[in-house]
Design a protein around this ligand. Structure first.
Ligand SMILES: O=C(O)C1=C[C@@H](OP(=O)(O)O)[C@@H](O)[C@H](O)C1
Ligand SMILES: C=C(OP(=O)(O)O)C(=O)O
Length: 665
């Protein structure tokens, strides 16, 4: 997961490849709760692992449920209708699918429970559910603002004879909560009557479908009246597989529809759900097709590619697909004409006021947006030249972050900044990694920051920190030479001109991996070994051999991957990435560098002297600067930084400021 302050998406061009999506949030949280309420053991496969499911799992564990997790498989020993723990404080994050059904279940079972969430959760309404539960004799108090979490739940005095009325026009999750919890107390049949127009109906279908998998057959008359049958009891299905998330699929369906294809045959294949999904958001496909997407499907897969281009504008009632409809609003940027998405008032009470947020962020690209109480209307920029770009504020709303990543396909080829990308953790922690695995762009669009400089100038530390703050890949090119030197020495090759051909051959076939802070060669960890002074000297020798340098060029280029690269070395800016948009040449006095290295070695328990280190450094500088193949020197367009008197933080901030100065946002 990207945990940076922002991620800058380079202009994207094509899309193609296969992706397996994580499990459905709506299904995962429902089946976790149902498995906990019933008796016996349930094994759930492909469960979503995200903030929303973690709060549900943590709550169930606190309530005394025995849960074992292995990867995405969760085995739950049901509570059999009563929590083992009757007193608890449960933190629900911002998960509507956790707090609403749990409120209903705990209020019916009784105890002393506090339910709270993040500040936004305390602005999301729950009054309609509380009103319904109070009709049944449940004890629920608002401990903050009336109508909103946090809540205190006490011991009920149940009266179940009269039909329960619940409003359905703010969120369908209130009805879902009652349907899932009432079987706990349904000694007699219990009738629920929906007051007002029921919104987001397909989510009720998911609820009914999953209740049926747990042995509860709800009878319904239209969308107005639901009956929980007398004497019904949850029965574990034993094993259940969770489909991939249809709302998460919308971003990839849209990418397939928007992305140009160089060959005409590229498509995105999505694994984990098919057109027969039980999730309502699967009907996003129809909307995407109406806009021009080409979609085919089979059992458990979807395949999408560009159909009509530019996309066609649509005018659509989106009440049945409230979450995926946000993706349509961004697709509208690529459509000819004005797209209107209607009947989406519920957007205003979700993770943020989504109508206001979408309008504000879409305008950053030059779109004309009209918003109303329950609709949004998007007219794209008139021509590529009218496109602008911006830094997208994400309001701690995962869907804003995910859907605006699609703006990186803009015809003006602007990069797009997404702020606080980790907000995707609510439902899709690895969203950006997944996106980068199926979208492509020309290498020249992928930014590289080169950090070159002499030995012990601190470039490794600087480069690593830049990469981690920007969410970029890291190339430690010095390590490649060190690994080559190590492998050559291990193979008994001469580290001079006589061994040049053999070392170059070997270098082209090296099996190298950088994993976290570790370096691996042929399946063995060599992190410490390649950092030894002796290996450093050998690296300096092999790096003077021009055929070895050539052999390592393709390998170094392969590190230029989305969303960007920080490359640390000696010829990154001059030879390997001459087109890099930012090149930094780092220096520090020999005195300073010798002292830094001295401290490093002494702290690792390696005895040495300052004088000998300084002499080695100067010898190495002289050799690196005078070699005929790629001598160490600043690129013409490099910015020089002498960090003798700068802290690491100051150096990092200086480079980040230079980088920011080059951005269009
Ligand atoms: O029941 C569910 O799983 C959901 C219902 C919908 O909410 P509303 O019913 O509040 O529209 C949807 O937006 C949410 O992401 C998940
Ligand atoms: C509205 C959403 O979430 P929640 O389940 O918290 O309502 C959503 O995921 O878009």
């Amino acid at each position: 997961m990207l945990t940076t302050a922002f991620v800058d998406l380079p202009p994207l061009q094509t899309a193609g490849g296969t992706i397996t999506l994580p499990g459905s949030k709506s299904i995962s949280n429902r089946v976790l709760l149902l498995a906990a309420l019933c008796q016996g053991t349930t094994t759930l496969h492909d469960v979503l692992d995200s903030d929303d499911t973690r709060v549900m799992l943590a709550a169930l564990t606190t309530l005394g449920c025995r849960i074992a997790q292995t990867g995405n498989t969760v085995v739950i020993e049901g509570l059999g209708g009563q929590p083992a723990q009757k007193q608890a404080h449960l933190f629900m994050g911002n998960a509507g699918t956790a707090i609403r059904p749990l409120t209903a279940a705990l209020a019916l079972m009784g105890g002393s429970f506090e339910l709270s969430g993040v500040p936004r959760m305390h602005e999301r309404p729950i009054g309609d559910l509380v009103d319904a539960l109070r009709q049944l004799g449940c004890q629920i108090d608002y401990t903050g603002k009336d109508g909103y979490p946090p809540l205190h739940i006490g011991q009920p005095q149940l009266k179940l004879d009269a039909p329960i009325k619940v409003r359905g026009d703010v969120s369908s999750q209130f009805l879902t909560a009652l349907l899932m919890a009432l079987p706990l107390v349904a000694k007699q049949a219990i009738v629920i009557e929906v007051v007002g127009e029921l919104i987001s109906r397909p989510y009720i279908e998911i609820t009914l479908n999953l209740l049926a998998r747990f042995g509860i057959q709800i009878q319904r008359e239209g969308w107005q009246r639901f009956t929980v049958p007398a004497g019904c009891q949850y029965q574990t299905p034993g094993t259940l597989y969770v489909e991939a998330d249809a709302s998460s699929a919308s971003y990839f369906i849209a990418a397939g529809a928007i992305a140009k294809s160089t060959t005409g045959t590229k498509s995105i294949k999505i694994l984990g759900l098919g057109a027969d999904s039980i999730q309502g958001d699967i009907r996003f496909i129809e909307a995407a097709q109406a806009m021009g997407a080409k979609v085919s499907s089979g059992p458990n897969w979807l395949e999408v590619s560009q159909g009509q281009w530019p996309l066609k504008a649509i005018d659509l009632d989106c009440n049945h697909i409230p979450d995926a409809a946000m993706t349509l609003a961004v697709m509208a940027l690529y459509a000819q004409g004005t797209t209107t998405l209607r009947n989406i008032a519920s957007w205003r009470v979700k993770e943020t006021d989504r109508i206001a947020a979408m309008a504000c962020e879409l305008r950053k690209f030059g779109a004309t947006v009209v918003e109303g109480a329950d609709f949004i209307q998007v007219t794209p920029p008139a021509s590529p030249a009218d496109w602008k770009t911006g830094s997208i504020h994400t309001y701690d709303d995962h869907r804003i972050a995910m859907c605006f990543s699609l703006a990186a396909f803009n015809p003006a080829q602007w990069p797009v900044r997404i702020e606080d990308p980790k907000c995707v953790a609510k439902t899709f922690p690895d969203y950006f990694e997944a996106l980068f695995s199926v979208v492509q762009t020309a290498p020249e669009h992928i930014p590289v920051i080169c950090v070159d400089g002499p030995t012990a100038s601190g470039k490794g530390t600087l480069a690593a920190q830049l990469a981690s703050q920007l969410g970029y890949h890291l190339l430690d090119s010095g390590a490649l030479y060190r690994i080559t030197a190590l492998a050559a020495a291990q193979a008994g090759l001469a580290l001079n001109a006589s061994g040049e051909d053999a070392i170059a051959n070997m270098a082209a076939r090296l099996n190298i991996a950088f994993k976290n802070d570790q370096v691996w060669l042929d399946g063995a960890e060599v992190t410490e070994q390649i950092r030894l002074e002796a290996t450093g000297m050998q690296a300096s020798q092999v790096s003077a051999l021009s055929k070895v340098r050539t052999a390592l060029v393709a390998l170094q280029h392969s590190f230029r991957r989305l969303p960007g690269l920080v490359a640390d070395g000696r010829d990154m800016g001059t030879v390997i990435f001459p087109d890099a948009p930012l090149k930094v040449f780092l220096t520090a006095s020999a005195e300073q560098r010798a002292q830094r290295r001295y401290k490093q070695l002494i702290s690792k328990g390696n005895p040495t002297t300052l004088d000998s280190l300084r002499a080695d450094l100067e010898a190495r500088d002289a050799r690196d600067m005078s070699r005929s193949a790629s001598p160490l020197k600043p690129a013409q367009d490099a910015l020089l930084m002498d960090n003798s008197n700068l802290s690491i933080e100051e150096s990092v901030n200086q480079v980040l400021t230079w980088w920011q100065d080059k951005q269009p946002f």
